[in-house]
Each structure stands twice: as C-alpha cells, then as structure tokens.
Design a binder for this molecule. Structure first.
Ligand code: 5GP
Length: 210
C-alpha cells in the first residue's frame, strides 16, 4: 500500500453527487530557520497544492499580511478556537501559540487537492495521531552551526538560545518522519521534495475513486 492509497481519518468523502479522490496531506516540519518557507516557495508552480495558513498569537513581522502569512489572533481568540475544536493541531512555540485551522484543510482534501502544512514537530506528532496516513517530511539543516548562522543572517536573534535548544530537540524527533531532506544546496533539497510529493503513477487521483 502506498501513502496515497491509505484511507483518511480526517473526513469522509461527500456521498452526494460525484466522488472525488481525496487529496493527500503533507506535513512539513523542521527547525525554525532551516529554510522551510524558501523551499515551499520553490514548490509553487511545480506541484499543485494548497498551503495551509496557520493561526498564531505572535505579532506580525514586517511585511507579513493577516490571512496570507498567518491568521493573527489574540490570546483570547486563540483560546476560543481551541475550545471550538477549530484546530487540526496546535502547539506552543517561543511563548506563542500556533495552530492549523481544520476547516480549510478538510475542504481542500475533500476537493481532491493536496495540502501542505508547515508546522513545528509537536504539532506534526499531533497530526500523526489523528491522520496517520499523512506524509511526514522533516527538513534539516546541514548542522546546528549552519542553522545558527542562518538565524543570525535573517536577524532572528531575539530568542536565539531558545530556538537553538528547540532545534536540538526537534532534530531528535526526525526519525519519526517518513522522509528527511537536508537543506544544504537549495536545488538538491527542492529535487528531493519533488520526488516525495510526485504522485505515483496509477495513484488515486489518476482514476476515479470507487
Ligand atoms: P515563525 O514564528 O518563525 O513564523 O514560526 C515558528 C515556528 O512555528 C516554525 O517552526 C513553524 O513551522 C511553526 N508553526 C507555524 N505554524 C504552525 C502551526 O499551525 N502549528 C504548529 N504546531 N506550528 C506552526
């Protein structure tokens, strides 16, 4: 059985009208600063997918747009979303909370669209518990020293020690993932990712479900 044949536990197809083969759920994790955003930008146009927009309680960084980069929520709003079970998963990171809104992910999967969620490792493990059929990809830096250098280059030095400690913990979880991609040479990492997301020939979306 390939990843794409496995049944999904997130939601079932709509029985009314035509049945659409479900999209596949990809979970993309790896330490902060490893270059996940750059890699995702490289995938645009080479693979049709929906990128989940997370909610967070952190403040927007310069240039970030509400609803595009993140859904920026107050602490109270985030708590309400948790209580209303609107998150597929959520986790704390650097004194803030981050979560994947469930509804958009489910809608896209049901419409047959592949979905990519870019989250930290704790959240990825939660997704594994509710959607074990998802495909888990861990992006790692060539080394922790290189990761630190990248965080410095992007000016992300505020809570550097905490981020590096977190990175160490995250890298210890890498074995839990289906695929590992080292982001050293960008083009190699992109090629590695494309080979993971490529739809196997004869997979569910090449033919009608049922
Ligand atoms: P940043 O504040 O740098 O944008 O993100 C910090 C960390 O939060 C990154 O490792 C990122 O992958 C993670 N993150 C972003 N959105 C989510 C989410 O919806 N859920 C979880 N669990 N982590 C997220």
């Amino acid at each position: 059985m390939t990843d794409s044949d496995k049944p999904s536990s997130i939601s079932s197809p709509d029985d009314a009208g035509e049945r659409v083969a479900r999209g596949r759920l990809f979970v993309f994790a790896g330490p902060s600063g490893v270059g996940k955003d750059t890699l995702i930008r490289e995938l645009v146009g080479r693979w049709p997918f929906y990128l989940s927009v997370s909610a967070t309680t952190r403040q927007p960084r310069p240039g970030e747009v509400d609803g595009r980069d993140y859904i920026f929520l107050t602490d109270e709003e985030f708590t309400t979303w948790v209580e209303e079970e609107r998150f597929l998963e959520w986790a704390r990171f650097s004194d803030h909370r981050y979560g994947t809104p469930r509804e958009a992910v489910e809608q896209q999967l049901a419409a047959g669209v592949d979905v990519l969620v870019e989250i930290e490792v704790q959240g990825a493990m939660q997704v594994k518990a509710v959607a074990p059929e998802a495909i888990f990809i861990f992006v790692e830096p060539p080394s922790l020293e290189e990761l630190e250098a990248r965080l410095v280059r992007r000016g992300d030095t505020d809570d550097m020690e905490a981020r590096l400690e977190r990175a160490r913990v995250e890298m210890e979880m890498a074995d839990e993932f289906d695929h590992r991609v080292v982001n050293e040479v960008l083009s190699d990492a992109v090629a590695g990712l494309l080979s993971v997301v490529a739809r196997p020939e004869g997979s569910q979306n090449d033919q009608p479900a049922d």
